[in-house]
Design a protein around this ligand. Structure first.
Ligand code: CP3
Length: 341
């Protein structure tokens, strides 16, 4: 078994950095697009454990990454809590009904048995992925961070400002805390099930962290992230996109690794996180448009800057039009890299 990612998270020394890529199971792979086309729509794809496990394993077989991440979406949690979503082709998620009142928050479901029953298809996808992986690499499970899920539940879609969701934080912080706590509870139950099904690492995605500031992040995000982390029995990674202002607070949490977007330099990350946290990231997905020589040189430079306590990844997920040759060149450059002794 290739344990290089688990070793890095567990503080065991490795000869090179591990690598996996956010959105590695996705449209960048022709093999993914083929399986995707066989499903009626995105949601029936996610809910089909045969198909979901097939695309989970594809990047391991085709790209040789050091981990698989279960094919699912962060929006399965709002759905399990009672807020349905649609995935609109070439546009993104859309919620027919959103949270508008305290009554809407009160009617959300977060009981353990219901959440775990409604998300059983994810657990089946994990179990089947594990069988297909046959211990070649570890399997990463994931969930959205409470703030990012709250943002979708209120906005009903992506947004430039997330001002509707932020309004709750400023105008009715009590209701916001109630909502964040319910999402936290549901997420804890959900992840317990993922780990029981075989997930060996958990990553939380706080994709919309960057619309907050340090003070708001400290009040509305850190305590819920930490609550979730404390229940996890496997190594954990927090990816809070564009949250350069929150690194010192993230350093105080129990997460084993902190994912970084491309705006953060290694020097800045080290100054805020200290040396004990493993970092993950943080190449701009657009750097994969460059030619092979550029990718090799930039990869070596990035890995030198981040040092031995680092997991190679991107600063956000792969774009659908990322050239496969660029992806392969990045992975090859990381795998060829050896730490200086
Ligand atoms: O390979 C992997 O990383 C695992 C699969 C995965 C998906 N979504 C599949 C997916 C993961 C980890 C996610 C997380 C996710 N989903 C996030 C957090 C990461 C981030 O990007 O910030 C967010 C914000 C979402 C919500 C979401 N899902 C959006 C905004 C979209 C539309 C944008 C897009 O890329 O099309 C999705 C759809 C989605 N989720 C796709 C995939 C592969 C594309 C749809 C398709 O293939 O038809």
């Amino acid at each position: 078994m290739n344990t290089i990612l688990l070793d890095k998270l567990n503080g065991i020394s490795t000869s090179r950095p591990p690598i996996w890529l956010m959105r590695q199971a996705g449209r960048v792979l022709p093999e993914y697009r083929k399986v995707r086309a066989s499903a009626k729509d995105f949601k029936s794809f996610v809910k089909n454990p045969d198909l979901a496990s097939e695309v989970t394993v594809q990047p391991v077989d085709i790209l040789g990454v050091d981990a698989a991440i279960v094919f699912s979406d962060i929006l399965v949690i709002p759905e399990a809590m009672g807020l349905d979503y649609e995935m609109i082709e070439a546009k993104g998620p859309s919620f027919p009904k959103v949270i508008e009142s305290i009554g809407d928050i009160q009617s959300l479901v977060c009981e353990r048995d219901i959440i775990q029953e409604r998300l059983d298809y994810v657990y089946q996808a994990i179990t089947q992925s594990k069988t297909k992986l046959n211990d070649r690499v570890p399997l990463i499970g994931f969930a959205g961070a409470p703030w990012t899920i709250m943002a979708y539940m209120i906005e009903g879609q992506g947004s430039k400002t997330f001002s509707k969701a932020k309004k709750w934080l400023y105008k009715d912080s009590k209701a916001a805390h109630l909502l964040l706590q319910k999402i936290t509870d549901a997420t804890i139950h959900y992840l317990e099930g993922q780990i029981a099904a075989g997930a060996q690492i958990i990553q939380l995605f706080d994709s919309w962290a960057g619309v907050l500031d340090a003070r708001m992040y400290r009040e509305f995000c850190i305590p819920y992230l930490e609550q979730i982390e404390r229940t996890l029995t496997v190594p954990s990674i927090i990816f809070a996109k564009d949250a350069w202002f929150a690194l010192e607070d993230l350093a105080t949490t129990s997460f084993d690794a902190v994912g970084l977007d491309w705006g953060i330099s290694a020097e800045y990350a080290h100054s805020k996180l200290g040396s004990s946290k493993v970092t993950q990231g943080n190449a701009d997905p657009c750097f994969l448009y460059a030619d092979e020589k550029y990718i090799q040189d930039r990869t070596r430079e990035m890995l030198r800057e981040f040092g031995t306590n680092h997991i190679a990844n991107l600063g956000h997920g792969l774009y659908p039009d990322t050239p496969l040759d660029g992806v392969k060149a990045y992975i090859a450059a990381v795998k060829a890299y050896q730490y200086e002794v």
